[in-house]
Structures are given as structure tokens and as C-alpha cells.
Design a protein around this ligand. Structure first.
Ligand code: FRU
Length: 500
């Protein structure tokens, strides 16, 4: 059975079972089925290494997810674009590898667009192409000390993403003599004259370059942004430029920029800027440093392109890891998972605009059964969603198991903390055992926590503050204890939507 079909079958079966149970039924712990730490509902590659999400594009009812992939090992190596598809963002079907390295280099991160007018001429008016825009990384050039080993190339698909052909004229954007020159994110916008224009947002060492094109093949530099602005503890990577509506109904542009190292919790993280994009230039509203996710494990995330206007959401997915220890986490046949899909929106606190990332509505499809819970309760399995109202300025709760491992989540003095120091295996890297704190300077009203085999994702006020954290308990957490500051707590057991 195809993974997707199997997912729907499991969902229907579990939905049928769930209607037979009432919230007061005792919680029965579901034993994990697959390889230790294999997530039940987070996307992972079948085997081998994965990092950044790439080329995320929606077309005719299908969400495409491509990703940085090395199929021959569980550590980083010659990069390919792996491929998976979904019709609902939670059940994923693995597809054959979409792009293989070639004589121009490894296939690094990038994006994909639907060229609906066939502006590239790579398809036809009747059958317009999907076009992927990615970075070529030439390992030989890097080894021999060249500065120009990263260039941009394109590939196209005439069968809705099933198969891809590289453009014969690659590279389409040669390197101007700068070592770090990568991760093109392309979006179609209307310029001031009302003319459609492709805008490429590119990470160039410690800043962003904006390019424009009419045909996705020839690119002209418009402007650069970011020197001496924002966080600069490491190289800038994987940008995304996103139009979003403010709560008062005007339009702003949000520029996501991943940075490694230099994040708030050591290693990798994603910062963002809010401003205007006009006449080819990004002008930030202020010089404040803002972080998309205050946890240690959400990196290189970007949004899906070509989401229909009737939907209108900005849908985001991140790589749920951190370059600090990504290559030594304790999994066997595969390494790394993606976050749950999230929706990005602007909200305002005391006159300041900030970016909120809430779980995409589709994630609710994973719910099997609801349990209301007392101060100490059994957990229904290793995948669950925990919801609570926050009734005080401080709260704390923990997840624990029979081996005495405990993950502590709390808020005290305006700091939300996830403490994974004694929550399982931390031996694989000296910086993994840590308590990560994030400032919450406005009222925390409620929380949602998504737990899976080796992760927790904490959403305060439905995403006004987010923390994503990996955790590797020796045995799954099977109990939750609420110490203080929470009421109306409930848990949903979550279905398995990914294969073993
Ligand atoms: C970010 C990144 C990108 C690059 C890719 C290589 O995690 O370093 O800048 O394109 O990974 O795999």
C-alpha cells in the first residue's frame, strides 16, 4: 500500500476506534513500533542523511517537499534533492530522488516555482513547467581554494514534479568571486509598474542579495541588505522574502535569514526582519534582532510557493536539527526530521510587529483521542499533543519515564525554559545537554506541546513564542506531571502518519 493510502487507512481506523472511547477511559500506553527515535508524524528520509527543506511548491492539490539528501550515508556528503509529496501536509509519500549531483557540483539548497506563463520557455503555454532554482557547489573548486565554487542553476519538470531535467545553459547565475553564494529563494511579484517579475533572494556571505529576472534564466542584481544589521555570529543561509498582512490590514515584507553559528542557543537558528520591499530594495522597520523559534532545533526553514490565493497562508517547514550536533545524533539508518508544518502570521505587541508561527491547521488531523488529565497522568504513547491554559506568571510541567529521565518545561521571571539536561541520551555531543531559555515579555495565556519520538515543539499563545527541541530519552516518556500554573489540561494521542 502506498504510504499516503496507508496513512488515510490508519487515520480512518483510529478515528473509528476513537469514537468508541470516552475521555474518562484509562490511558493505555501505545508501544513504539519502528526503529528507536523514528518519528511517527514528522517527515524523515527513508534512509540516509537529510538537512534543509528545499523547493517547496504546491501544485494541483499536491505539496512537494524536496530536501538536502545524501542517500549513501547518515552524515552530510554529496548533496542530492530528495523528494516527497503530500496532499494534506501530514501524510507524506517518498518519491525517487529528484536531482543528482553532476559535473557542475553538488545540488545545494534552493526553491521551486510554478512558471504559469512559461516565462522561461522551458515548457509550453499549454503545459507550463515547474522550475527549480538551486545552488551548485563544486567540491573540487572548494578543495583547490577557488572563491567561485558556488553558482546558481535551474532544472524543470514537465510532469508536475515527477521527473526533472537540468537546463543546458547552467549555471544561470555565475559567481562574482564570493565564497558563500547560495540558497536562492524565488518568488513572483508585481513591480511598481504592475509588471510580473521574478525576485531571487540569495544568501551571500554575511548579507542578502536581491536579483530580478523576467525568464528565470538571466538575473540582474538589484540591491543588497544586511551588512551590520541583525545577528552576524555566522554565515547567512537559506533566506525567504514573504509578504504578510499586519493586524491592521496593511502589507509588510518579512525576510527570514538562517544563520550558523550565532543563534540564541548556540549553533544554528533563523532570524527575521520586518520591513518593506520596494523598487527592488528591502528596507527594515527597525534594527531589532528577532528570532523565529527560540529552541535549538529549527533551522533553514522556508515557505511553500504557489499556495492558491483562496488559501492565502504562508506555510513553513524547518529542518529540526542544529549543525552543532546534527551529524552525531543517535539514530541508525537515517538522520534528521523536519518540524511540523507551521503557518506564519504577523501579530503586534505594544506597537511592535512580531512573527508568529502556529501549527498548520492540518496537524489537527493527527488527533486520535482526547484525554483530560490530572496533575500526574500516564501518557498515551510517544506521540501526543498536550494543551493547557496558563493561569499564573510561572508554570512548570515535566515529561518523564521509568528510567528517571525527565524533560522540564517551565516559565519563571519572564523566561520560558526547556531543560533537556537529564532527559535522556546527551552523550553524543558536549553541547547537547542544556537548558534553553526564551524571553516572554507579554502575557502567556496558553500552550500547545507536540511530542514525537525524539522531539518536542512548544507553542505559547498558539505560536507567539515557539521553542523546538530534540530529546533522546532511553525509553519513551510515559508520564506527565504538572507542577504549577496550568489548568484545563488535556492530551490528544496522535496517529502515526509516517511509515517505519
Ligand atoms: C544550510 C546549508 C545551506 C546549503 C546546504 C548544504 O543548512 O548549509 O546553506 O545550501 O545546507 O547542504
Amino acid at each position: 500500500m502506498k504510504n499516503h493510502a496507508r496513512g488515510i487507512f490508519t487515520y480512518l481506523l483510529l478515528a473509528m476506534l476513537s469514537t468508541a472511547c470516552s475521555p474518562s477511559d484509562p490511558i493505555e500506553f501505545q508501544k513504539p513500533t519502528g526503529e528507536k527515535y523514528r518519528p511517527n508524524y514528522h517527515f524523515t528520509p527513508e534512509t540516509g542523511w537529510m538537512n534543509d527543506p528545499n523547493g517547496m511548491v504546491y501544485l494541483n492539490g499536491t505539496y512537494h517537499l524536496f530536501y538536502q539528501h545524501f542517500p549513501d550515508s547518515t552524515v552530510w556528503g554529496p548533496m542530492h534533492w530528495g523528494h516527497a509529496t503530500s496532499t494534506d501536509l501530514v501524510n507524506w509519500e517518498q518519491k525517487p530522488i529528484a536531482l543528482y549531483p553532476d559535473s557542475l557540483g553538488y545540488i545545494f539548497s534552493g526553491s521551486a516555482v510554478f512558471d504559469s506563463e512559461n516565462s522561461s520557455g522551458l515548457g509550453t503555454k499549454e503545459n507550463p513547467p515547474l522550475v527549480a532554482i538551486y545552488t551548485y557547489h563544486d567540491p573540487e573548486g572548494e578543495r583547490t581554494g577557488s572563491q567561485t565554487f558556488q553558482t546558481q542553476g535551474i532544472a524543470f519538470s514537465m510532469d508536475q514534479g515527477e521527473t526533472w531535467e537540468k537546463y543546458a545553459g547552467n549555471p544561470v547565475l555565475p559567481n562574482p568571486g564570493i565564497r558563500d553564494f547560495r540558497d536562492p529563494k524565488v518568488r513572483k511579484i508585481k513591480n511598481e509598474a504592475g509588471v510580473d517579475q521574478w525576485i531571487m533572494t540569495l544568501a551571500v556571505r554575511d548579507r542578502i542579495h536581491f536579483y530580478q529576472s523576467q525568464d528565470l534564466k538571466s538575473w540582474e542584481l538589484l540591491s543588497e541588505f544586511g551588512e551590520n544589521l541583525g545577528a552576524h555570529g555566522g554565515v547567512w543561509e537559506c533566506p525567504d522574502l514573504i509578504p504578510l498582512e499586519t493586524p491592521s490590514g496593511s502589507q509588510k515584507w518579512v525576510l527570514l535569514v538562517s544563520i550558523n553559528p550565532g543563534g540564541p542557543q548556540m549553533g544554528s537558528a533563523t532570524q527575521y526582519f520586518i520591513g518593506d520591499f520596494s523598487e527592488g530594495e528591502f528596507i527594515p522597520d527597525d534594527t531589532m534582532i528577532r528570532w523565529l523559534d527560540y529552541g535549538p532545533d529549527n533551522y533553514a526553514g522556508v515557505t511553500w510557493s504557489n499556495i492558491p490565493e483562496s488559501d492565502g497562508r504562508s506555510l513553513f517547514l524547518g529542518w529540526m536539527s542544529n549543525w552543532l550536533y546534527a551529524q552525531v545524533t543517535p539514530t541508525e539508518s537515517w538522520r534528521s526530521a523536519m518540524t511540523i508544518p507551521r503557518e506564519l502570521e504577523l501579530f503586534e505587541v505594544s506597537g511592535t510587529l512580531l512573527l508568529k508561527s502556529s501549527p498548520a491547521a492540518e496537524v489537527k488531523k493527527l488527533r486520535i483521542q482526547e484525554y483530560s488529565i490530572a496533575d500526574q497522568s500516564a501518557l498515551p504513547g510517544e506521540s501526543f499533543e498536550f494543551l493547557s491554559d496558563i493561569t499564573s506568571e510561572s508554570f512548570s510541567f515535566s515529561l518523564f519515564n521509568d528510567s528517571g529521565e525527565r524533560l522540564l518545561i517551565s516559565m519563571e521571571n519572564g523566561l520560558v525554559t526547556i531543560d533537556r539536561q537529564n532527559a535522556g541520551n546527551t552523550r553524543f555531543h558536549p553541547d547537547f545537554a542544556a537548558a534553553h531559555a526564551a524571553p516572554m515579555s507579554w502575557k502567556a495565556k496558553n500552550l500547545r506541546l507536540f511530542a514525537d519520538a525524539h522531539s518536542v515543539e512548544l507553542f505559547i499563545n498558539d505560536g507567539e513564542l515557539v521553542m523546538t527541541s530534540l530529546v533522546f530519552p532511553d525509553a519513551p516518556f510515559n508520564q506527565i506531571e504538572i507542577q504549577k500554573g496550568l489548568s484545563g489540561s488535556k492530551i490528544y494521542s496522535l496517529q502515526k502518519s509516517m511509515p517505519d
